[in-house]
Design a protein around this ligand. Structure first.
Ligand code: ZN
Length: 430
């Protein structure tokens, strides 16, 4: 195989910096990836797309009774806003936001320690609460993480109305508020919820030698979140598909291979959604998507999540045994860019090397190269090539565009979460 762990880790070092969706830094990384392709003579284009970049103009949260205190908070983008002077209202701790938690909450500001799932949002609207405080993080977080309240936006379906102002606080502050028997709070949230930004995908193409009209994509997101250098998530995936590109450049495939580095995955799979949208006309030619979200962690385990027919999971199991390479498989949807392909009717698999509990963490300052290992990294790349090579060169393409029931059902939930529409064909059972 024409792959090289030193080359990969050298590139990983260069792109391990905060690469937030829609920022200059994200674009800087896109340019590095494009240049890396062009250095070896592979044509790469940067494709632009629009993203929501709501701007928080003013936010604050204070306990006004019984004992005044200021609570550090951030505004949740795309939620509602308060009047200029803010709202002062009775406070209720509403746990998970069940209907029973929200009885008699009309006009009150509620604290949630659960997530803002679609059904919770509905219950909040129905209860006519005046404001929402969402607790995030862990009670065991060290101070440095408590100080890192990452900006977040609400996931909304296009056209969905949700105009309740929401702020997020660290869960240690939630603990303080409940312990202090908080009765009343004042919340201020002003935002420009409709502000837009620009993000980018990088798309490199190696034309097939025999069936150039048939396309297989390798994808990996290259954006990271605030405070995170994103070495593991997903600098590693980005350099994984770069190495796979190097391999196929020296070992040309029968079918056309596209390498897609997606921007803005972290804010709702936006890059891959934009890709399938911008390439709508060619989607019938797209046979399969192979996505990578995190590889290279030293202490960890490999997994392949197949959002496609069971044959693919069985095939991975089979070669795992032939090669003596441990990797678990599942037939499921996965919260990464593969889902956008599935939503567009293209079968997909996501490869990942994940960490055990207590192991390396993502979405924080600690996502550096410290616990990554070139040897662990290259083994996953080798396995992926062992898997992909016969597929991209198959005499008859072996993966159909029909989906098992568990995928079509799971997709429904994803659509609610990420605001997607359309439905791929369901597999017919006879
Ligand atoms: Zn990721």
């Amino acid at each position: 195989m024409n792959i090289c762990k030193d080359r990969a880790f050298e590139l990983l070092q260069r792109i391990s910096f905060e690469r937030i969706a829609g920022t200059d830094k994200e674009l800087e990384c896109a340019n590095i990836l494009k240049e890396e392709c062009e250095k070896v003579g592979v044509e790469a284009v940067i494709e632009e797309f629009e993203i929501d970049m709501p701007e928080i103009l003013e936010v604050s949260l204070e306990v006004t009774a019984p004992t005044p205190m200021t609570i550090p908070c951030i505004g949740i983008g795309k939620s509602g806003q308060t009047v200029d002077e803010g709202i002062t209202a009775p406070f209720v701790y509403a746990e998970d936001g069940l209907a029973t938690n929200l009885m008699d909450c009309k006009g009150k500001i509620v604290l949630l320690t659960g997530t803002l799932k679609p059904e919770v949002k509905e219950a909040l609207k129905k209860a006519e609460v005046a404001g929402v405080i969402q607790a995030i993080g862990s009670l065991y977080d060290p101070q440095e993480l408590i100080d890192e309240l990452r900006p977040r936006n609400m996931m909304k379906k296009p056209g969905e109305e949700f105009d309740i102002p929401c702020v997020a606080i660290h869960i240690t502050e939630a603990q303080k508020m409940v312990l202090a028997n908080t009765q009343e709070v004042k919340m201020v949230l002003k935002q420009d919820a409709d502000k837009k930004g620009t993000s980018h995908n990088v798309v490199a193409t190696i034309k097939g030698t025999e069936k150039p009209e048939e396309i297989i994509t390798f994808s990996a997101h290259f954006d990271s979140v605030m405070y995170s250098p994103g070495a593991w998530d997903n600098g590693t995936g980005s350099v994984t598909i770069m190495e796979i590109m190097h391999h196929f450049l020296k070992n040309p495939a029968k079918r056309t291979l596209q390498f897609v580095w997606c921007g803005s995955e972290e804010i709702g799979l936006c890059g891959s959604r934009a890709f399938t949208e911008q390439h709508k006309e060619e989607l019938s030619k797209h046979l399969f998507n192979i996505n990578v979200d995190m590889t290279g962690v030293l202490l960890g385990y490999d997994t392949a999540v197949c959002s496609c027919e069971h044959n693919v999971a069985n095939y991975i199991d089979f070669i795992s045994k032939l090669e003596g390479y441990p990797i678990s498989t599942k037939v499921e949807m996965y919260p990464s860019d593969s889902s956008s392909f599935v939503q567009a009717g293209v079968p997909a698999v996501t490869f990942a090397r994940l960490a055990p509990k207590g192991g390396m963490e993502i979405h924080c300052r600690r996502d550096t190269m410290e616990f990554l290992d070139p040897t662990a990294f290259i083994k996953t790349v080798e396995f992926m090539i062992t898997f992909a090579e016969p597929v991209v060169n198959a005499k008859v393409f072996p993966i159909s565009k029909t989906f098992p029931k568990e995928i079509t059902e799971a997709l429904e939930k994803f659509k609610k979460m990420f605001g997607m529409d359309n439905k791929p064909k369901e597999e017919k059972k006879d």
